[in-house]
Design a protein around this ligand. Sequence first.
Ligand code: SAM
Length: 240
Amino acid sequence: MAVFHGQDMRDYLARVSRHAMVKKIRDQGLDLLEVSRDERVLDAGCGPGDMAARFAALGAHVTALDSDPAMVEAAGEIPGVTAQRGDLATFDSPAAFDVVWAERVLQHVPDPDRVVGNLVRATAPGGRICLVDVDWSGLVVDGVDDELADRVLGVFRTLVPNPSMGRTLRRRLVRQGFRTVEVTAFLGVSTELADAAAVIPVLDERLIPAPGAWFSALRDADERGEFLMALPVYLVLGAA
Ligand SMILES: C[S@@+](CC[C@H](N)C(=O)[O-])C[C@H]1O[C@@H](n2cnc3c(N)ncnc32)[C@H](O)[C@@H]1O
């Protein structure tokens, strides 16, 4: 997300990893992928490598790739993980992996279809590719004035290169020639501002330049017990 850099990004990713919904999505992805010992796994746009660590714990040979050197350094400290700096837009490793995992990276890239194409080419015949992404355009907040919410959420969406990425994942794999793409959608619902603000930047006043009225409206709704936020996340699985 464009609003995060450096330590802010690392703190944000750590908070997201601890969130119950993210844990549920990752568990589901692992269940669907059924990674076996010695399979070659790519964690594309790995961040600090939380999923790379899960794959390595299963005995897979894991490559964790990211364009941010700090993320590569962090992932490289995980036992059993080979960390590599690289740009997914130019990634070229034909049929090198049995499993490819890309979580919340495609929303950030300028040419998502190009990256998906590179990831599909990196998937060996008989392999699996799993893409996970948020649909920021589907983020809704209740308990505050609708017009104010629309205005702030509208600005927020302009900060993310591909705010509707989640809903487009299936189509992007279909365009790459996949006949079967399994889709699982998750709706994260939070009724406590602190819980939601930990993972949703537009609710965190340290990170988003929004009018003071927005944050006071959120706090008032929370105090009245009326705050609600819902955010869809999609997971798609294609078998090569
Ligand atoms: C929101 S983070 C998600 C990290 C990790 N997948 C996770 O779920 O915790 C997005 C990551 O994608 C990386 N990234 C963005 N564009 C990239 C690109 N073109 N090539 C490689 N990595 C990229 C960023 O550096 C960042 O670490």
